[in-house]
Design a protein around this ligand. Structure first.
Ligand code: HEC
Length: 133
């Protein structure tokens, strides 16, 4: 009985936590999805070492097809809950914010973390995503 009470309390606490975080697709004051805008300032200001390099964009496109397209679509326009990566809420984010989001993901909402692939590849993917602007 006591265990049941504890479980019920935990359930309500987690429901309240979900309600308090609001909708993930809400935009912050800079027009960026809240989930991405949560990146700490240190990450936000990081520059993409491959910025503006066309071969990095091409490498990123290959990686995107390999790792991301199954959920976000070959065209990156999104499928179901997987976001449209051409949306302004993504494109307005800095490369550093995207790198932070990619590393951490948002697993409770179905976005896996990508900390397991080399940092260089994450930046190439970001160069590609940014090129979709
Ligand atoms: C297993 C499916 C899946 C894979 C694979 C995946 N994503 Fe996602 N991604 C999602 C889902 C679902 C969301 C929405 C999460 C949310 O609601 O916050 C998301 C959200 C995002 C967002 C934030 C936009 C937003 O509105 O939440 C970015 C950026 C993103 N993904 C990039 C990528 C990239 C780049 C890759 C490849 C390295 C990738 N994703 C692989 C499912 C996936």
């Amino acid at each position: 009985m006591r265990r049941l009470l504890i479980l019920t309390a935990l359930l309500f606490a987690s429901l309240a936590a979900v309600a308090a975080t609001g909708h993930d697709r809400d935009l912050d004051s800079r027009g960026i999805f809240q989930v991405i805008a949560k990146a700490p300032a240190k990450s936000r200001d990081q520059k993409n070492p491959y910025e503006g390099q066309t071969n990095a964009v091409a490498a990123g496109e290959k990686l995107f097809r390999q790792h991301c397209a199954e959920c976000h679509g070959e065209d990156a326009l999104g499928r179901g809950r997987a976001a449209n990566l051409r949306a302004s809420g993504v494109q307005n984010a800095t490369p550093g914010e995207l790198a932070w989001f990619l590393r951490n993901g948002n697993l409770v909402h179905g976005m896996p973390p990508w900390a397991g692939i080399p940092e260089q590849r994450r930046w190439q993917i970001i160069a590609y995503v940014k090129s979709l602007h």
